[in-house]
Design a protein around this ligand. Structure first.
Ligand code: NAD
Ligand code: ZN
Length: 250
């Protein structure tokens, strides 16, 4: 399973694209960069503080809950998410690979301190100090997220690649499939023989390449998908546990 910002849209967390992604007059692409942070860390942290408050006032929606149900129903289920909001975890998902980090963590930016890049939980909400500072050395903390132009965390990327190239099926939910390298994971899965289905309110660049696109809101489509998949799995398990009734008539 691969998810993007569209999964959280019905929880009231805006995606980055279009009008709803604007904060004050800024586009997300102007704020989610190292250059923006270096130029004005207070501005960038004010935006994150706003997003963190928005997320903490939000609840996981029906799509998050259906995805957590799928995990409980399948051994070997992995959720690869580009979301940084922590809503999957709050919905009960456990096997999560976070490709783009998490807004509830931060890390020290002072090189070459011993604490450089050390990750800490940052749960205070709203932040009492903007920008927040490292408790060890007093330097600026940055959000523990991946900004535009930055590489993905190596372990998360490698894990997601292993999962994509070895899974039997992949659901791709609420991602515009334009932010690489995450966007290439459905194609890696397809290439390796997996059945790939996307769920989105609109067609995307991968729509022509996947096995099926279910057009609709994730909160409407995913509960239906999860219940049908879990039902089909239950039937298959019952059939294999009862070979007599399953055998062809003599
Ligand atoms: P994205 O590239 O994942 O695009 C959002 C996609 O969701 C679009 O294709 C849109 O058609 C679809 N969509 C919108 N509402 C939907 C719904 N209700 N149901 C199903 N699909 C829906 O995300 P982005 O906004 O372009 O952001 C790029 C990156 O920025 C993300 O990968 C993530 O790292 C970060 N981001 C995270 C969050 C979050 O954590 N909630 C929110 C915004 C951006
Ligand atoms: Zn430090």
């Amino acid at each position: 399973m691969l998810t993007g910002a569209g999964v959280s849209q019905e929880s009231g967390v805006p995606t980055f694209r279009g009008e709803e992604g604007l904060w004050r007059q800024y586009r997300a692409e102007e704020l989610a960069t190292w250059q923006a942070f270096e130029t004005d860390p207070r501005l960038v942290w004010s935006w994150y503080d706003y997003r963190r408050q928005l997320v903490s006032d939000s609840e996981p929606n029906a799509a998050h809950l259906a995805i957590a149900d799928l995990e409980r129903g399948f051994d070997g289920f992995t959720l690869i998410t580009q979301n940084t909001d922590g809503l999957h975890e709050r919905a009960g998902s456990e096997a999560i690979v976070e490709l783009h980090g998490n807004i509830w963590r931060a890390r020290c930016t002072r090189e070459p301190c011993a604490c450089y890049q050390t990750v800490c939980e940052l749960t205070e909400n709203p932040l009492s100090e903007i920008p927040p500072l490292c408790a060890e050395c007093g330097a600026l903390l940055r959000p523990d997220v991946v900004w535009y132009g930055e590489p993905l965390p190596m372990d998360a990327y490698e894990r997601s690649h292993v999962v994509a190239s070895s899974c039997e099926a992949m659901l791709v939910v609420g991602t515009s499939a334009v932010v690489h390298p995450a966007a290439s994971l459905p194609l890696v899965a397809k290439h390796a023989g997996a059945f790939v289905v996307e769920v989105n309110t609109a067609y995307t660049p991968i729509s022509a390449l996947v096995d099926a696109t279910l057009l609709g809101r994730a909160g409407d489509v995913m509960p239906e998908v999860a219940s049908r998949v879990l039902e089909a799995r239950g039937e298959a398990e019952r059939a294999s546990a009862d070979p007599v009734s399953n055998s062809a008539p003599a």
